[in-house]
Design a binder for this molecule. Sequence first.
Ligand code: GLC
Ligand code: CA
Length: 561
Amino acid sequence: MKPERLWWKEAVVYQIYPRSFKDSNGDGIGDLRGIIEKMDYLQELGVDVIWLSPIYESPNDDNGYDISNYQAIMKGFGTMEDFDEMLASAHAHGLRLVMDLVVNHTSDEHPWFVESRKSVDNPYRDYYIWREGKDGKFPNNWGSCFTGSAWEFDERTQMYYLHLFSKKQPDLNWENPKVREEVFRMMNWWLDKGVDGFRMDVLSLLSKEPGLPDLGPVLNGYAVYNACANGPRVHEYIQEMRRKVLNRADTITVGECCAVTLEEAKKYASRDGREVNMVFQFEHMDVDSDGENKWTDKKMDLRKMKEVLTRWEKGLEGIAWNSLFWENHAQPRSVSRYADDGRYRVRSAKMLATCLHMMQGTPYVYQGEELGMTNAPFQSVSDFRDLDSINAYRDLVKDQKVFTEEEMLRFLRKKSRDNARTPFQWDDSENGGFTTGTPWIMVNPNYKEINAKEELADPASVFHYYQKLIRLRKENPIMVYGTYDLLLPESETIYAYTRTLGKEKLLVVCSFSGEEETFDCPEEFVVTERFLTNCETEIPEKCPEKLVLPPWGAVVYHLKG
Ligand code: GLC
Ligand code: CA
């Protein structure tokens, strides 16, 4: 069967975290005019789509994921005129723009919530989820993803409201048709402006179990996702959104689906097009967690990683569509997490890129990943800005005493979301060229060596490797549409797989090891030509029988068929 060609399957998405991308006016905060300045850079990299983390008006409890006005721009980021100019500039550069749609919750400063909390008969009361306490306690045992109960008591009406995230992020009541209409109207307003699609924040949490029953033992942190995700009406809501909003234009839509199973993902991102184009799932991000606890420095087990990614590759093949990512604004830097951010930083960053971009799905590049940016050397708790990190520290060290201060700092350095949020490193001038003022969060001191200016000038840089991968994708439909098959599932050091499209095949071999490794190439590939490698001088141009991979080596051979 010939695959149906769709532009959003062939695209590469670049995620911008505006706060940390480029500051144009010296106030230490990235902004829209900063993005406009860097449009040429994105065009040079060759990506097709920009996903902007939220830029709406927000009191910034969760850096913009708490929205107080969906149709206004955050003060520090600029104006609506700046936005229009940025959108026009993106389009002029051949880039599409995707908005972050955060509608599981609003800010508690959103006018809907300000009204809602006023009285039980306020017209906006049912926009949110209000309940009486039970025997002087919380309405149920749900915990918030950011620690503590998911319920907050509100003095005025003596009732609790639900917040799966911080107490400044009350959950919207999607069962109320008025809420859905408001959201759809707002989405249409952005489409009228000309935006090209939406990345939908925690989409899988929109529908809550009727009656809001206790869910298992007391749940806290990210365990909440697992219990609350994929509620009974979520697909109905998204299908309604499809009919009332998305069908009118050729949009790109990606659902952030935490705690999604393969069976559920087939519904969210089904090829029949009734819901969203693709899921953004997180199972592979849990491979180095300790059960549901992400605060650990456990090492990733490559066999487990391969098992998870392969299950998603094979499970959705021909049925639905994957997003591919190692990084985003809520994950640490991949080269520090899975590879070597010291001696082999450049090579191992390229290896990770190869491993991911050669799979089936739409690849996402998170700002700075294309430079091989690393985790930051945070010294103390006061260096962190993210409420997830700060709350976890308070909860696990101060209140519950589960970890010592020293342990927790080690885990935060490894896993904190702030690792992805240090400013983009543009050049070797002060603050990495991000700002002329005081940056809102520390700049990684390695900007002197790792920065865009340096990498643009060096043909062997991580940047140019990404550029090449992105170009190859445009020239070789097999990278997009080829089926995926894992080789050597038991290897603890090598991730190898093939892609097949008709008679054409690719062999992808990636070493996750700091030692030399060997790999027996499948016979059919022997003497086929090299398609791509991160070790030009050490890896042969024609596929050998026995491949010797240098530390963190990666190679792709091409059987033209
Ligand atoms: C998603 C976002 C994260 C945010 C949360 C609440 O998980 O990726 O950054 O904190 O939703 O909106
Ligand atoms: Ca600024």
